[in-house]
Design a protein around this ligand. Structure first.
Ligand code: NAD
Length: 368
């Protein structure tokens, strides 16, 4: 008793919702962190968590990351996340996702979902049958289509800002980059890196993904997943799961920059400090992996989806990363902390804007 409320209080969470339905085989958690900037938005992950606590913690941590991601990216959405406990290769069904859709609908628009690790746009279409509160959908369903390429483009821009700072040049020609996880985003990043002449090493626990990369791209494969951390490379690019920068791995790293798409790469904040002390430049995850969110959010801007505008906004991740590095230098703090301060300042300033009354009936909500 007290464990989750204490955790929620420490990090200012709003809601934690548990959803279960035996006939559909659904056990899911929806975490809502902060809705100052707008409804909580964040993808739906499906993963065979070993314990309920693991799933709840993941949902909470990922939801908080979404608050910061949206805030730093200038997106007017809050932070939320759903996780389904289950094996995406074995346990998916139409009923499972539609049942989750019913639960999301009950929240009345407080939480907007989307694809994430273990789920696809097709799964989102099932959720959409039960609720309009779905952000990422196939184009045929009125969505922006796959967002992984935009996420990858943002990561590339963030990586180049970090390289410029760490090595004095943003050129990727001949740079050694180790990509951990070559799923939806990792594969797209590898493509962009190869196009720019980088020397790319890849690793994935799924042999199918490795085969796909080997068959289509000029990459070298690192067969031993643990060896990934020890490679003598310019950039370590984590594109699998979170928590991979921890007590065991950070001391092994021999890269100059860490820049990847995975959410919550730091197991704990102290690992961001450890990277800083080791002289490894960490491009904060939620700053550089915001491309998909920025791209998808374009549908809500005046005039509706405009791919050119969306891509321009994604490329701004480079500028944002430069700003974060600048704050870190000016305030003599690690980059992860600089990113948190940058995001928190935007939330605080927009909260003030939203406190201004805009209508006579006392409704203080923002307008369009
Ligand atoms: P994905 O499921 O398509 O790919 C993840 C890949 O990582 C899989 O191929 C999996 O086999 C591999 N993997 C898992 N554990 C591994 C390990 N220990 N070592 C090596 N490989 C491992 O997911 P994705 O959509 O590509 O997302 C990747 C990461 O980026 C996630 O952390 C996700 O939250 C984050 N992210 C994704 C997006 C997006 O647009 N999809 C946006 C922002 C952040």
């Amino acid at each position: 008793m007290g464990l989750w409320f204490d955790y929620m209080e420490n990090y200012n969470y709003e809601n934690l919702v548990m959803c279960q339905d035996k006939s559909a085989g659904l056990k899911a958690v929806i975490a809502i962190h902060d809705t100052t900037l707008g409804p909580a938005s964040g993808g739906c992950r499906m993963w065979p968590y070993r314990t309920e606590s693991e799933a709840i913690e993941d949902a909470l941590r990922l939801a908080r990351g979404m608050t910061y991601k949206h805030a730093a990216a200038g997106v007017n959405l809050g932070g939320g996340k759903a996780v389904i406990i289950g094996d995406p290769k074995r346990d998916k069904s139409e009923a499972l996702f539609r049942t989750l859709g019913r639960f999301i609908h009950r929240l009345g628009g407080l939480y907007l979902t989307g694809e994430d690790v273990g789920t696809t746009l097709e799964d989102m279409a099932y959720i959409r049958m039960e609720t309009p509160y779905v952000d990422t959908l196939p184009k045929s369903w009125g969505g922006a289509g796959p967002i992984a390429p935009a996420t990858a483009l943002g990561v590339l821009n963030g990586m180049q800002a970090a390289l410029k700072e760490a090595l004095g040049t943003d050129s990727l020609q001949g740079r050694k980059v180790a990509v951990q996880g070559i799923g939806a985003v990792g594969f797209e990043i590898v493509k962009l890196l190869c196009d720019r002449g980088a020397d790319v090493l890849v690793g994935d626990i799924d042999p199918e993904k490795v085969r796909l990369a080997q068959n289509h791209l000029p990459v070298r494969v690192v067969p031993d997943a643990a060896a990934m951390y020890e490679l003598d490379v310019d950039v370590f690019c984590p594109c699998a799961l979170g928590g991979i920068l921890n007590d065991a791995t950070v001391p092994k790293l021999r890269c100059k920059v860490v820049a990847g798409s995975a959410n919550n790469q730091l197991k704990e904040d102290k690992h961001g400090l450890l990277l800083h002390e080791r002289g490894i430049l960490y491009a904060p995850d939620y700053i550089i992996n915001a491309g998909g969110a920025i791209y998808d959010y374009d549908r809500s801007l005046p005039g509706g989806m405009n791919p050119d505008r969306a891509i321009e906004n994604v490329k701004r991740i480079r500028k944002t990363t430069e700003q974060i590095i600048e704050i870190a230098k000016r305030e003599s703090i690690p980059t992860y902390l600089a990113a948190d301060r940058f995001a928190e300042r935007r939330i605080a300033s927009i909260a003030k804007v939203r406190a201004l009354r805009v209508s006579r009936n006392g409704d203080s909500e923002a307008g369009p």
